[in-house]
Every structure is written in structure tokens, then in C-alpha cells.
Design a protein around this ligand. Sequence first.
Ligand code: VG1
Ligand code: CO
Length: 540
Amino acid sequence: MDIFAVPTKGFSDQKFGTSGLRKKTSVFQQEHYLENAVQSIFDCLQGFEGKTLIIGGDGRYYNNQAIQTIIKMAIANQFGHIIVGQNGLLSTPAVSHLIQKREAFGALILTASHNPGGKEGDFGIKYNISTGAPAPSDLGNAFSKRCTEIDRYWMVKVQDVDLSQQTELTIGSTLIEIIDPVSDYSAYMQKIFDFKAIQRLFKKGFKITFDAMNAVTGPYAKHILEELLGADEGSVIHGTPLPDFGGLHPEPNLVYAKDLVDLAYSEKSPDVCAASDGDGDRYMILGKSFFVNPADSLAILAEYMEQIPFYKGRFYGAARSMPTAAALDAVCQKSKKDCYQTPTGWKFFGSLLENQKISLCGEESFGAGSFHVMEKDGLWAILFWLNILAITEKTPEQITKELWQKYGRIYTRTYTYHTESDKDVPHLIDSLSAKLPQLSNTQVSDFKIIKASLFNYTDPVTNQSTTNQGIIILLSDEARIFVRMSGTSSSGASLKVYLSQKSKKNNADPAIFLAPLEKATQELLQIQKYLGNKVDISVT
Ligand code: VG1
Ligand code: CO
């Protein structure tokens, strides 16, 4: 078998952001584009010869073609063992678990997560390290740099591998194993949660609808919810991974999972509606006519953590990303545990999880996880909820209202403003940043600004600093505005504005309750002035 070098020219637009490299599918399909990125990753790693690489993706268009290319490149780069999910599928948390279980060197995950798929949609690639965690920032920066300067990649000419069968074969000196993507993950979930208690819940007639959004979690959810836990057949909807996700935008939130939300608010609502995103690392949970916001949900997982056998005596502390409302903090305070605030992106939780500073972490974007894997994990969060419901015999609404009763309620809304220009959002953020020193003690609409500052973060374990991770504006009446630029857009730029405000009032509509804060935000940020009229706005 001949290993040969293919000349490439480097691509200056290959930047590894919050979660890997994401671009329009057509961009990825350019000659040498994928190969350039993959070889750049390999070139930044050391000592993988003879070791194991895991490869899988969320099933979107170009998934399997990309996997065939990567298998050949991994052989040429002399990995000793390649593990691939059958039909090219593996969810992000399943990959993270497999890395640990199979003691792999690392993994390549083909996904653009919540971004739409298909020919006209997005494609992406991310690398996870030997702990199972996403590549940390310095490694991601090294990948980006290497992508621009690389001038060759390594390749072999061999036949495509049949991904449709679970099998083993050897090419050159590399063993290739095609595995069931679901079984290791589902076995692990059974070790974590009380499946017997959840089975009893379903036996009593409990109903769930789980929307896999035509993405990777379908096979996982069907096996775990329907086959193992006894949920009715048909509880999992949109359960077959499709290359274009059936036209859905696989992001589980109030905007993109609207049909599911409508079901939850209808008379036909099951006890729980849940959904996951493209690569299976995020979740959404609703009760009958009741939406649990992700910040409250995270606090609830913390509140009940010690009641889940796997976590008994293992609640060390918790963390949330800074844009996430502070419901978690109150629970940690009450149980005298540390609560950390990190920049957006799962990679910032890695060192805290690995060093037992925290057991639980999450983001406002419907991601949550624990030390069970080094990624966020959508189905895990849903099973955690089912376990809580099984133990308490309460509804999501009761559980959430008890949380508000005990700690107060924090209202939240997140606004995303997408523009095709990649200059306007940075311009707005730069202008606001320059004004920050003068903002303290000024009045904006009904609020007084107490403090306005840039969010810089120093990792408490590694001491590594990361600057400019957003702008925090603390206001009177326990209100807060957090502003940052999205790191996962495949084109243009998105401004994200996160509002939150604590109140003793439990039963207001968040949109109405937060209207005065929204008015203050518009006044302060002057979004229209900076971004113009051609913006696509979504609110969750
Ligand atoms: C978004 C979310 C962030 C999440 C990231 C990756 O990032 O806000 O919380 O970690 O997506 O999630 P951004 O930079 O667009 O706000 V996923 O499910 O793509 O792995
Ligand atoms: Co995701």
C-alpha cells in the first residue's frame, strides 16, 4: 500500500471556533478543503502512530463521504486502529464516552451541531482529545494556524470501507472496526440512572414525546426510551437521521422545535416533551403547557444530583457559562459548593470536570453535562429529568415552581441577531467595549447601571487566561445584560444578547416581565444603528 503526499495550498478561512470548524457544506466540498483541515489537526498532534482514532458524525449530508476520506488519511498517517460508528453515526456524547472506554488517542466528529444540514446547509468537523473533551483553545488555535500554512497531506489509495455493517477489517497495518453506535452509550446510561424506577414510571402510563429532529439521537432515543424503558412505540418522533434533517433546524429551543412546543401546550400534551440537537449534546424539556428554561433546568439537576445513585456523595461543585442565568448559584450556595462561571463553549468546563472541582455544568443554550463524559449530553439530561420525575412523582412544573419558591425566580430571554456582514457585530461590540468605563452609575431607561465590564476568564486549574469573552452589564433590580458574538456561525456574524432579572414574582410571562429591560438594552446597545435592518432575529 502506497502512502503518498498530496499538495495543498492552505486555507486562510479555516478557523477552529467555539466547537470546531464550521462552514457551508459547499465550502467543505472544495477540493482539498476537508483534507487540509484533517491533516492540519494531525500535524498538531504528537505520538498517535499505532493508536486509536474514533470517527463518527451526526449523519448530515457529506458525512459518509468525509468519513471515507478521513479513514484513508488516518491510515496514511499511521493510526493503528480506527473505530467508526455504523452508517457513519455517533453522537457527540457517545464519542466522548467511547474515547474513554476504548482508551483512544482522540476522535474526529463530523457535525455542525445545531446548524442546518444538506447541500445548502452547513458542515463541520471537531476534534476531541484523549480525555473525551473538546480540543482546548490553544490546540484549536494551533489547528487554525496550521491550516493556513500546510502544503501537503498524506493519503492512501484504497477502496471505500462499507460502513453499513458492523465488522472488522485490516488495511495495511491499520485495524478498522465498524461498531454499533448506540450500545456502549446505552449501557453506560444504565449504570448512571435508576432504569427500574423510570420503567415503573412508564408502566404507570407516563407519556413522553421525544423529538430527535431527524438527527443523530433517533437511534439512541428509540433504543433507550422505547426498547429499554418501555415508553410507547412512536414516542420518538423524527427518529431517522436524514442528510438534510428533513429541512429542520436541529436546535432544540422554542423557535426551532416549535411543533413540539405546540404539542406541549396543546390538550394532547404528553407528560413530558423533550428534544435534542443535531449531534445529540443538547436537550430541551417541557412539561404539560410548561417550558423549563435551561438555567432553571441546570439548577434542578444540581438540586437533585445527590439523589441519583451514581452521583451520591459526588456533588463536588458546579459551573455555568457566564451568559447562563444564575439559578445554579443559589443551589450551590445552599449546599455550600463552589459555583464557577466560564466563557461560552464546553471546552472551558474540561479542566474543572477532570479535576473534580465540579460534577455538573451547563449553558443557557440547552447544554448540560457532568463528569460522566467530557461533553455536554442531551439524552443524559433527559434521563436525569425522567429519574427525578420517577423519584418524586411530581411534574416538571411542580419541580420548577418548587425551585422558584425556594430560591426566587430568574426570568431570562436570549436574542440572536444574525447579519451577513462580518464587520457590523464586531463594530458594535468594540464601540460598546470602549464606552464601558463611563457607564457605571449612569441611568439607562428604568435602570441604573451598577457595573459594566469585559468578561475575562482565568481557568482555576490551568491558570490559562482567556480575554474578551463578552460584556457584562449589571443593573439595578437584580437585572443583567450579557453581550457576545456567536462563535458558531458558518457565515456573517451573530450578536447574542442575554437578559436576565431576578424577581420574587413567580408567575409573570418572561416577555412581559423583561420588556423594560429589553427597552434599556435597545437604548444602550443601539442595535439597529449598528446592524441596520437586514438582521434575522430569533428569541428564545
Ligand atoms: C452556541 C451556544 C453555546 C454552545 C455552542 C456549541 O455557541 O451558544 O452555548 O456551546 O453553540 O454547541 P455560539 O458561539 O453560537 O453562541 V453545539 O451543540 O454546536 O456543540
Ligand atoms: Co450540539
